[in-house]
Design a protein around this ligand. Sequence first.
Ligand code: NOJ
Length: 559
Amino acid sequence: METGPAWWKESIVYQIYPRSFQDSNGDGIGDLQGVISRLDYLRDLGIDVIWICPVYDSPNDDNGYDIRDYHRILDEFGTLEDMDELLGQAAARGIRIVMDLVANHTSDEHAWFVESRSSRDNPKRDWYIWKPPGADGKAPTNWESNFGGSAWEYDEATGEYYFHAFSRKQPDLNWENPEVRQAVYRMMEWWMDRGVAGFRVDAITFIKKNQRFPQLPAEEGRELASLNGGSLNQPGILDFLREMKREVLEPRNAVTVAEAPGVPLSQVPDYLDERDGVFSMLFQFDHVDLDMKPGPKAVYHPWRLTDFKRALAGWQRETEKYGWMALYLENHDHVRSVSKFGDDGEYRTESAQMLAAYYFLMRGTPFIYQGQELGMTNCPMDGIGDYDDIMSLRLYREGLESGRSEEEMLAYLAKRSRDHGRTPMQWSGGKNAGFTAGKPWLRINPNYPEINAERQEREEDSVLWFYKRLIRLRRENRALVYGDFCELYADSEQIGGYVRSLGGEKWTVLCNFTREPVPARMPENGRLALSNVKSRTHGFLAPYEASIFRETGNGDETI
Ligand code: NOJ
């Protein structure tokens, strides 16, 4: 199917984790004025849209993903006026803003929940999921929260349990209740009225719970079982999503990107088919979670390049039939891509550039996570005291309780902790990397004197400049936006590549994922459009080379 053009398909999105982006007042925490002060940097990079992680009032149990008031800005980040100013200043530079919509759950300090827990007959009781204790007096089911431990929290005052798919300070809203859904829709409209272009829809595949609330089969030796079987992409979820589309998204023409783990390829049309799906695009997890497997938690599983490529190519092939993808390698829930998929030592620059070329020119809208455009790396941590992320701290504690060593757990966090993606943005080689004049809320990666924006602006071979060139290339060539995708070297453990074609135009992307030169076939009539290697050797890809060829069709300037 030919899917239609749209502004957001031609856009590049930049994700901001406001806590770590730029502090403007010296309290060690990034804020909205800090974002405003960096808008020119973003304009010069060439992006069109900012997705800003939650900025709402929150007690910060999960860094803003636990919202206390949807209509207020977190004090540390600023005020509603600052938010309006950000919207205005961004618009003045041709940049749209997408907010994070966290509506699977609220904070337990949200007024709705405070009312809900106040008595069993409070009118808002049913806005959350309350259940009496199970027959044995324990939690109603054996479902395990995404952050570990039971997904149920006992509330002494009313003698019932409430459900939380994430932390106990993030009670899940009861989407079965139409009043809840209407309250969420009104809140969305309120933000759209302020000028946001749409939403990144947090944890949306969790909103529907299996209403039978069954016990789930647990692994041997464990009582708790992943809540996925009862609360992830459950039958009936589409009724809620289609209603949201009908009531808010469609009439407001909102652009959406759904955080959608747990959707098998066969069901993706329900979410993305441009004729009757729900969202503009979605984030899948296959390529970023290829080191995770069902079974004991906090175990790192080795993976191969073919696993990584298969994950991405599979989504390309599926969605090009009817819809559009969100392309990403990093966000605030993952480690730095150069540390995971590239080489963050000797070949940091080359491999960060290569990874950029590989994902960026696939079919979809590319998302860049703050610092990715600099090739920021995972951060060496001196011990558990350097970590902040609620999930990492929980995994660590549970690991020790189950008899695993401190060393083993720290080795795991060094490879998987969400904090690696959350260390402050490295703006300069100056004090605190130019992030804050005060004490940063999270450790700054000690490599900032070498890896920082100011320096990369000056060096034309930098990762930053390579991103700028890629953005320009994509902007100037429709085939790189709308062209068909055809994978090359699918079985190779060294090379990743593909062709994008539209009309008579054909582009070939070839990437070497290793530190050795690798023989490769260059396109017959290919003219080199962009490469991260200065002097190329015919018939070979240099270590971590990424080269992009445009086929001229007339045989001239063959490489
Ligand atoms: C996904 C968000 O990206 C993550 O940071 C958060 O912890 C969970 N959803 C819960 O809201």
